[in-house]
Design a binder for this molecule. Structure first.
Ligand code: NAG
Ligand code: NAG
Ligand code: NAG
Ligand code: NAG
Length: 360
């Protein structure tokens, strides 16, 4: 009888932690070691992670379905795998609700043998509002709980490309940075609020991007808390008019207080862009001011489009400044959108995109 109870309680313990799905049980152990340089990858699902350059990956934030095979593989390479965390801020102003959310995430991380969480809350927040304080508390309490329950785990928080209330996201960036392990700075979608001429522009112009890091550093945020996020996607804009000088005017689509935004275009993966540029009317062009590539093409209906994107040439100087500014590392949105097929040209383009993360 008592042996039965011992067995039963042992089973309960195993169930709560989950049964290790890896070939070797040690692969379920969470990663504890800290690496000098972060390469932070967002994975949105599928199996292309098998083709990542794992000699550089340090963290994979899983935004797709839970994939035990990915967790086991990442652990075999010493890389962390972290959950996605998102919640409507209005529902976590209440402390009990907040605690319940955090407990739920910690338990999920334990049962899936995950190494932390990436908090991706991109909601508009007014400075000094109840949500403003609740968000800061959420990050603090999540970090406390993860570090306590899963030693060595990593809690990261995604911030806009600049700390200046981009997209009405007015967060307490300073306290949030102090309250977690790192900020992933989303240095893209920088045309989400166009206040000047309504024209197609680069997703992440070099100088604007780098100036925004100085804004973060001027707030006295530790550079070792900042990971630079670069885009592995671009924007395809239908042009209302393409001027002689190659300026593409775009439809006025307002966003969070701005009359015009990149929502007039569509996000396109690098994989698609590399095919489209070959069949474009202009071929790849380079904008010196924004330090970014772009091209024009005509679709089947005769509509002219302008596509702005990032490639190794535009990413290189950004990656270099990660080193010169002493930041924690680099990452991208997202790891899956390169061409991981067998075509030798695509293979080389993919390899160059990975290598560009380490600088020129
Ligand atoms: C993977 O990254 C390393 C640097 O960490 C680099 O030396 C190597 O060439 C890359 N592998 C491929 C296949 O590009
Ligand atoms: C608690 O959270 C739930 C959703 O998880 C929400 O429906 C509810 O309104 C919240 N309660 C409070 C007091 O915020
Ligand atoms: C959370 O906030 C408390 C109270 O201000 C502070 O003592 C603690 O160090 C914070 N924890 C983290 C992880 O920032
Ligand atoms: C469209 O572009 C042409 C050629 O540059 C220019 O002459 C014309 O004024 C533009 N039209 C509008 C509505 O901007």
């Amino acid at each position: 009888m008592s042996r039965f109870i011992v067995l039963l309680s042992a089973l309960l313990v195993v169930c709560r932690a989950g049964v290790c799905p890896c070939e070797r049980s040690e692969l379920c152990q969470q990663i504890r070691e800290e690496r000098d340089f972060e390469v932070f990858v967002f994975d949105v699902g599928g199996k292309t992670w098998k083709s990542y350059n794992w000699s550089m990956v340090t963290t994979v934030a899983t935004f797709g379905k839970y994939d035990a095979e990915l967790m086991c593989f990442a652990h075999s390479k010493g890389a962390r795998v972290v959950l996605k965390g998102d919640v409507p801020l209005s529902s976590i102003v209440d402390r009990d609700n907040r605690t319940a959310w955090i407990t739920d995430k910690v338990n999920l991380a334990k049962s899936q043998f995950m190494d932390g969480i990436n908090i991706d809350i991109e909601q508009a927040v007014e400075e000094g509002s109840a949500e403003f304080y609740a968000l800061t508390d959420l990050v603090n309490e999540t970090t406390e709980a993860f570090h306590r329950e899963i030693p060595g785990s990593q809690v990261s928080f995604d911030v806009a490309w600049s700390p200046k209330c981009i997209d009405k996201r007015c967060y307490d960036d300073v306290t949030i940075a102090e309250s977690c392990d790192l900020l992933f700075v989303m240095s893209y979608d920088e045309q989400s609020q166009i206040l000047g001429d309504c024209i197609a522009m680069a997703n992440a112009p070099l100088h604007q991007t780098l100036n925004a890091y100085d804004q973060y550093l001027d707030l006295n945020i530790d550079p070792k808390k900042l990971v630079m996020g670069v885009p592995w996607y671009g924007y395809d804009y239908p042009c209302l008019n393409l001027s002689q000088d190659g300026i593409c005017s775009i439809a006025k689509v307002p966003f969070r207080g701005a009359p015009c935004s990149d929502a007039a275009g569509r996000q396109k993966p690098y994989k698609w862009i590399m095919k489209q540029v070959d069949s474009s009317s202009s071929g790849r062009m380079w904008d010196d001011k924004q330090q970014a590539p772009y091209f024009n093409y005509k679709d089947q209906k005769g509509q002219i489009h302008q596509v702005w994107y990032d490639d190794p040439q535009s990413i290189c100087p950004k990656a270099d400044s990660v080193k010169s500014k002493g930041l924690r590392g680099i990452g991208m949105w997202n790891g899956n959108i390169l061409d991981y097929g067998d075509d030798p040209v695509a293979r080389q383009q993919t390899e160059m995109m990975w290598n560009a993360l380490l600088g020129c």
